[in-house]
Design a protein around this ligand. Structure first.
Ligand SMILES: Cc1ncc(COP(=O)(O)O)c(C=O)c1O
Length: 393
């Protein structure tokens, strides 16, 4: 048997057929599938606007720029996340500030956020760890009181719900980002998106995605170059070839064949999430009697997208041994994540030290991610439960 990975994409013949159709069409990129995918994401999440980009990291980067993050600004995020959630602040010359996590959900603790707010704070980037939504209402309240922007890092949480609204609706935030990397709820190979209900943010995000360029005549500043005298007098139409660069943007575009894969995948998202939830429930039942581990919990006010299934060992000293035993048994576990403040780059740049974020570090020392993905059959689920029972009992 091939080793069982901690996660895996689900691509079927319908996905492949759709991608091939686009590959045979006139538009490989900058074509009609971009807006179609964006509209589908809006319809699914309930947000007004979507901007699809080349990765979740690109989404975080231009979301931070759109939020106006600049040199000297502080942005609060979780230490238990992928490095991209904090790096995006550094790309804008801002300073990431970490706030410790809650022990029950592994999400950023609103009480800790309050302690970290200063005059320099500009934004909060809550991360919905493992697909379990953060305390968005609480975070929104802190943001309002301190006039901060909230960018939800929902790389793990497409398909999750918080108090009846879908993650991505931006009900409690200014922007929400998604990632479509193969291990995520849906995939486009590499890819990401920013959701927002703010028209100004939407327009800026569109420009930043493509070199800071706009082709919208009502936004043109250089009227002399944009409009011929004939056109001014007769039609008010801009020169048909004309575009203007307004910001220092990037090429963060997503291709049409990625977008069509996204559209096809999105149609199956509810099915994928249902399957993920089912596997999480089987694990919860099957692993409940192993008293050497703590299982993840789902709060009653959320619906997790179960991006990953992490277990916590009661005995820290045994993590490596157990991890290697799982590997030997034919399982490919993972650890999500090494606390960002302990990465050498962060330690060197900010002088962060071990012991600064107790809950984050305590979680990290105990955590192992075990396999969970929609196409994981009963045999594999049983195999993982059996291996854990053998190793831990
Ligand atoms: C929490 C989180 N944020 C952001 C990202 C970045 O997404 P991408 O890999 O699409 O750039 C990831 C990727 O794993 C992630 O887990």
């Amino acid at each position: 048997m091939k080793p069982i990975p901690y996660s895996h994409q689900s691509i079927d013949s319908e996905d492949i057929k759709e991608v091939v159709k686009v590959l045979k069409s006139d538009w490989l990129t900058q074509g009609p599938k971009i807006k179609e995918f964006e509209d589908a994401l809006c319809k699914y999440t309930g947000a007004k606007y979507a901007v699809v980009v080349s990765s979740g990291t690109a989404a975080l980067h231009i979301a931070c720029l759109t939020a106006g993050i600049k040199k000297g600004d502080e942005v609060i995020t979780s230490p238990i996340t992928f490095v991209a959630s904090a790096n995006c602040v550094l790309y804008c010359q801002g300073k990431p500030i970490f706030a410790d996590i809650r022990e029950d959900t592994i999400n950023i603790d609103p009480e800790e956020i309050k302690k970290k707010v200063t005059k320099k704070t500009k934004a909060i980037i809550p991360v919905h760890f493992a697909g379990h939504p953060c305390d968005l209402k609480e975070i929104h309240k802190i943001a309002k009181e301190n006039r901060l922007i909230v960018i939800e890092d929902a790389a793990h949480a497409l398909g999750a719900e918080y108090k009846g609204s879908r993650i991505g609706s931006c009900k409690y935030s200014d922007m929400t980002i998604f990632s479509f990397h193969p291990v995520k709820s849906i995939t486009t190979g590499e890819g990401g998106a920013i959701m927002t209900n703010n028209k100004k943010f939407y327009e800026k995000l569109l420009m930043l995605r493509t070199h800071g360029i706009t082709k919208a005549p009502d936004r043109f500043i250089n009227r002399k170059l944009a409009f011929t005298r004939y056109a001014i007098r007769n039609t008010h139409k801009a020169n048909p070839w004309y575009y203007e660069m307004r910001w220092l943007g990037f090429n963060y575009r997503m291709t049409d064949f990625q977008c069509v894969l996204g559209i096809s995948q999105l149609k199956k998202l509810d099915k994928f999430i249902k399957q993920r939830r089912k596997i999480a429930a089987i694990y919860a039942e099957g692993l409940s009697k192993i008293n050497r581990i703590i299982l993840p919990e789902e709060k009653t006010y959320v619906k997790s997208s179960w991006h990953i299934y992490y277990i916590r060992l009661k005995n820290i000293a045994k993590r490596r041994i157990i991890f290697e035993k799982l590997q030997k048994a034919g399982i490919r576990p993972q650890v999500h994540y090494i606390p960002v403040h302990l990465q050498p780059y962060y330690k060197k740049k900010f002088g962060s030290k071990e012991g600064e974020y107790k809950n984050a570090e305590n979680y990290y020392k105990r955590a192992i991610t075990i396999p969970l993905y929609p196409e994981m059959g009963q045999d594999k689920i049983k195999f993982v439960i059996g291996a854990l029972k053998d190793i831990l009992n």
